[in-house]
Structures are given as structure tokens and as C-alpha cells.
Design a protein around this ligand. Structure first.
Ligand code: PEP
Length: 252
């Protein structure tokens, strides 16, 4: 099945008001690649400013609470994200799972609430180096996906409302990337689980690869079956690093 590629940047805890010019530069250049969906997931403090600067470009958050509102100091709700102009959000990034002890159940609740609130969702899964080295990556990551997948009616969020990002923890920010065969094996297994969970609609869910994607490896990674784009950390901070990845996704 042909799926439009999605290239999403994750700025993590980087970015001040002075960096909105970089967001604008990325958004402007991304217009040249109309065949690819491009998004930037920014720190919460920049979402509204960025959304005003580039209203037709997809700005996202990096986390959302599983509850609609309430006594959750420091958290952000789906309504707050959409109110600020966000179109999507990441949930379950390994840095959230590790730094904040987020369980699969919490990640599922976040995804369900975000989708029900009209946000698109990028749901992250991935294994540690220890798990990879003992040969359990497939079993652990597919179990993580099954336990984190939202149970919303697929018709309610449509073909592009949910994306899954396979992000091996040991590949994030390290310059290390799994072999192409390992990426292909994992993405095929995740596709199987998505179809088992959602039927035909599982074919439409995009599966992104994330972990040290850069201009020099993007072409090869995007050539793998069931790699429908990328979640990009470090290389999304500057237009000069990010745009070549978008260009590779466009197949140019
Ligand atoms: C990420 O944190 O989602 C990520 C993929 O980071 P990097 O591209 O820097 O490895």
C-alpha cells in the first residue's frame, strides 16, 4: 500500500523565541516537497508563537496528558495543545518513558485522549541496547506496541491520524543505526501487529523510523518496505540538516 511519507522533527528541550526564524525557514522550504508531510514537534513554550509564524505548517507537541484536565502540575492537556495551534503530538518517547516512568498504559491513555481531541499522534516504541543484544528486540517492541496502541475507533482518526515511530533507544542521539535488515524486520513485525489490531486500517498507519537519521543515511532507510518516514531529533534543529532528509523522503 502506498503511504505518504511523514518526516517529523523533535526539538526536545531546545529552542527559544529567537529560533522561530529557523522554524519559518524549515516551513518555507518544506513547501517545495508537497508529496511529503513535514512537521516540527516543539517545546510547549514555542507552539503558539510558531503556529502564528507558520499557520499552514504542522506544529506539534512532544507530550500530552492522558486526562482532559485536572490537578496535574506541569503537564499539558490536549485542549491546551490544540488551543496553542498544535496539530499533532508525540507520545511515549523513550526519554519520557525513562525520565518520567511512563508506562505503556499511560502512553495508551495519552494517545487515546490526543486522538479524541483531534490531534494526530506519533506513538514511539523501541528497545534498549541490552534487549537488542540478548535477541529480544522483536518480542519486546511488539509487546510494547500492543500495550500502548490506542483503542479509539480507527474511523475516528483516519488514515494519517496515527503514526508509530520505531526508535531503538540505543540509536537515539548516538550516531548508531540498526542494520537495514533489522529495521526491515522490525517494521514488518510492527505492520503485522497494526493489521492484527486495526484490520485494513492498520495498513494505512505510518511507521516511522527514528534514531540518528541524517542526510547521509536517509535514502537507504526510506528505501525499506514499511518505513513511511522518520522522526528526527538532532538533525531537525537546522534547516540545512533537516531539509535534505525531507528531500530523501520525497525520493528526489
Ligand atoms: C528522537 O529523539 O526522536 C531522535 C530520533 O533523536 P536523534 O535523531 O537525535 O537520534
Amino acid at each position: 500500500m502506498a503511504r505518504r511519507k511523514l518526516v517529523a522533527g523533535n526539538w526536545k528541550m531546545h529552542g527559544l523565541a529567537s529560533d522561530i526564524a529557523e522554524v519559518s525557514a524549515i516551513a518555507e522550504s518544506a513547501k517545495e516537497y508537497g508529496e511529503v508531510d513535514v512537521a516540527l514537534c516543539l517545546p510547549a513554550t514555542l507552539i503558539e508563537r510558531a503556529s502564528r509564524a507558520v499557520p499552514t505548517f504542522a506544529i506539534g507537541g512532544q507530550d500530552v496528558h492522558g486526562a482532559q484536565k485536572g490537578a496535574h502540575t506541569g503537564d499539558i492537556s490536549a485542549a491546551m495543545l490544540t488551543d496553542a495551534g498544535a496539530k499533532l503530538t508525540i507520545v511515549g518517547h523513550s526519554e519520557r518513558r525513562t525520565d518520567h516512568g511512563e508506562s505503556d498504559a499511560a502512553v495508551r491513555a495519552k494517545a487515546e485522549t490526543a486522538l479524541a481531541s483531534g490531534l494526530d499522534v506519533i506513538l514511539c516504541v523501541g528497545e534498549s541496547l541490552e534487549v537488542r543484544e540478548r535477541g529480544d528486540a522483536l518480542a519486546v517492541v511488539t509487546a510494547q506496541l500492543e500495550a500502548s496502541l490506542p483503542t479509539n475507533d480507527t474511523a475516528s482518526f483516519g488514515a494519517t491520524g496515527l503514526a508509530v515511530a520505531y526508535e531503538p533507544i540505543w540509536a537515539i542521539g548516538t550516531g548508531k543505526v540498526p542494520s537495514i535488515a533489522d529495521i526491515a524486520e522490525m517494521h514488518a513485525a510492527l505492520r503485522g501487529r497494526l493489521v492484527a489490531a486495526y484490520g485494513d486500517a492498520g495498513q494505512a498507519v505510518r511507521i516511522l523510523y527514528g534514531g540518528s537519521v541524517k542526510a547521509s543515511n536517509a535514502n537507504e532507510i526510506f528505501g525499506v518496505d514499511d518505513v513511511d518516514g522518520a522522526l528526527v531529533g538532532g538533525a531537525s534543529l537546522k534547516a540545512e540538516d533537516f531539509l535534505p532528509i525531507v528531500e530523501a523522503a520525497a525520493g528526489r
